[in-house]
Design a protein around this ligand. Structure first.
Ligand code: UD1
Length: 369
């Protein structure tokens, strides 16, 4: 048996892979720590899972739970049971969970109940909107975590306001941006835009998948109506999350030929299209961050954001769930000069994975009380 400390990383959904890859790389570079990887199977389509694992160079997971789709309780319950069994067998020194998806919260709870220290990557984000499943996941995960790694000052402040011990909190920066910068650099953006039939700087990129929007057929129809109008001016590239595709089909909403509707994209194609877009419209969390780091204007079609730093220091604008406000903001943005703006968010610099790894190693050497 090895005497190295062991970490169990638990991942399950598309954004999780992007957030852990730089931390796994940094830990592998350092050596001296054994890392095991558990994939819950929350995301199982090739485009949302295996393709990301492959592109990011993440090692093949040691465990697969295969939980698949289901209600929140089903998904959470299956991950809780599966992670508990794995913890009992593997007895790691800590369990590491990224982000705010159902897999994150369930794995954190399993760790806390089993007495295994929990490390949370991307702690402290708060939208204040308890109707978002992710907000419940964030708050519960942070409450049971022992090492809370934050990407911004505001996340650190949120945790302080909730009375979390400052010793347990470390500001390390944004690991998602490490993946973005590392993988975007060698990509030929011209080749990707050409393959999708658009010109660099000459199209709008759209992602929408949040239940509050896409599960409401009237809202979904309204926003697609706005996108159709934007597409009269510039091509609109719209990769569809499986949930969005299903809900649009169920509601009888068809995209016109003006919208370039695609299946969910490969990570490299997506970040290349993000970097070369004239404007991005989204309801995703990660996309607000990536566009801010790239300096590409972003309109967020939501009423709240757990990432206000992207509005304060980045390129993000929260337009609410109002189709007229989205249309007006898009008009305003497209009437402007365009072009990327310099990124200004501290510690979103491509080195957050190394800082996170340092924080985890120090924690293993001397866990906080
Ligand atoms: C989840 C996260 C969300 C994150 C998003 C990234 C939660 C509560 N939500 O949302 O925070 O932004 O992932 O993509 O954890 N489906 C497939 N194939 C898949 C996965 C899902 O077809 O590989 C379909 C299924 O119909 C499923 C639906 O998408 O019922 C929802 O999937 P789920 O993982 O529950 O939530 P997401 O909407 O993807």
């Amino acid at each position: 048996m090895s005497s190295e400390p062991t970490l169990l990383f638990v991942v399950g959904a598309r954004p999780n892979f992007v957030k852990v890859a730089p931390v796994l790389d940094a830990l592998a570079l350092r050596g001296g720590i054994a890392v095991r990887l558990l994939h819950t199977g929350q995301h199982y389509d090739h485009a949302l899972s295996a393709s990301f694992i492959e592109r990011l160079g993440i090692p093949e997971p040691d465990h697969h739970l295969g939980v698949g789709s289901g209600s929140h309780a089903e998904q959470t319950g299956k991950v809780l049971v599966g992670v508990e069994e794995t913890l009992a067998r593997e007895r790691p020194d800590a369990v590491v969970v990224p982000g705010d998806v159902n897999s994150t919260m369930a794995a954190a709870l399993a760790g806390a109940k089993a007495g295994v220290p929990v490390v949370h990557i991307e702690s402290g984000l708060r939208s204040g909107d308890w109707t978002m499943p992710e907000e419940v996941n964030r708050v519960v995960t942070d409450r049971v975590s022992d090492l809370l790694l934050c990407h911004s000052d505001e996340a650190v402040e949120n945790l302080a306001a909730e009375g979390i011990a400052p010793d347990a909190v470390q500001l390390v920066g944004n690991t998602m941006i490490d993946s973005l910068l590392r993988l975007l650099d060698p990509v030929d953006r011209g080749e990707v835009t050409e393959r999708h039939g658009v010109e660099p700087g000459g199209y709008v990129l759209v992602t929408l998948h949040r239940p509050a929007l896409v599960d409401d057929s009237a809202r979904l129809a309204e926003v697609i109506g706005v996108l159709e109008r934007i597409a009269e001016r510039l091509p609109v590239v719209f990769p569809l999350h499986p949930r969005t595709r299903e809900r649009a089909a169920a509601a009888g909403i068809e995209l016109s030929d003006r919208l370039i509707g695609l299946d969910a994209l490969d990570y490299l194609d997506f970040i290349a299209l993000e970097a070369a877009a004239r404007l991005v419209v989204t309801d995703s969390g990660g996309v607000q961050e990536e566009t801010s780091a790239l300096g590409v204007p972003c309109l967020t079609y939501r009423t709240t954001t757990e990432r206000p730093v992207t509005c304060r220091l980045g390129t993000n604008r929260l337009v609410g769930l109002d189709p007229r406000a989205l249309a007006a903001a898009a008009d305003e943005e497209l009437a402007g000069p365009g072009g990327a703006q310099p990124a200004r968010i501290p510690l979103w610099d491509g080195k957050a994975g190394a800082r996170a790894a340092d924080a985890i190693v120090s924690f293993l050497d001397e866990p906080a009380p």
